[in-house]
Design a protein around this ligand. Sequence first.
Ligand code: GLU
Length: 308
Amino acid sequence: MREAIVGRFAPTPSGRMHAGNVFAALMAWLGARTTGGRLVLRIEDLDPRGHRPEATRQLLDDLQWLGLDWDEGPYRQSERTEIYVDAIKRLDELGLVYPCFCTRAQLHAATAPHASDGTFVYAGTCRHLTPDEVAARSETRAPALRLRVPDEDDPAGTIVFDDVVFGPQREVLSRECGDFLVRRSDGVLAYQLAVVVDDALMGVTQVVRGRDLLGSVARQIYLQRLLGYATPTYAHVPLLVAPDGRRLSKRDRDLDLGAIRARDTGPERLLGELAACAGFAEKGETLCADQLVDRFSWDNMRRDDIVF
Ligand code: GLU
């Protein structure tokens, strides 16, 4: 018998859900429900500038309309600060956290953008500051906090894992990202840290989300190992793109749930269409979430982006 999975929805309430968000949420829901498993709902509202309170309310309503129910939550990351701060303390006790005073301009000048996704590899500028240097710089600037990653020749810095959709992956942390942030200079805790702590404490055993986050897995596994947490399985799903190849965003109002619900066709048309994209329904079928449970399989899931 298959083990019952604990999956999760972890939306950032920055705007109305669009078809791409629904696609990822549906796959997370099916990934758990087809095993008789459970779903946790967690609102990722760590960044006070990045979310609107009414967006959270709307999100819960949209999930209910879609028939994507959950068993636990909603948790709100904005209410869990102490838990994340405690995790940073544990990392600090391992001697792996240091303050970083680099400005955005300095970061961009000192590092080369990483070829695959335009993120920056941290050059290690603040890695070896003396206590006196830290004290002097703290007078004029609040530091961010970074986590040291192993040097290139240390095998602990090479992370290998198997993604359910994208297959075997291998990443060398020092080459792909370098020492990464666990807290920003404005005090906002970093996504990588919060997500690892939450997934572990909430008992999540399978993470399903958009393939834009595939590059975060190595950092998350590294954090899990340092904090003594188990590693869940990962399944990254393709992104939905517009016919011109542009990734759907929350600015594409005609494909957000506001517009889709206004057409008054019920959720079945959208869900059927998304299931067809994932290879387990015929184009044009209308199906509710519960009907998809018997059909779902990861087997035909494609890796390339889906024109929607
Ligand atoms: N909160 C993230 C988002 O909405 C997803 C994070 C995750 O699934 O790990 O894009």
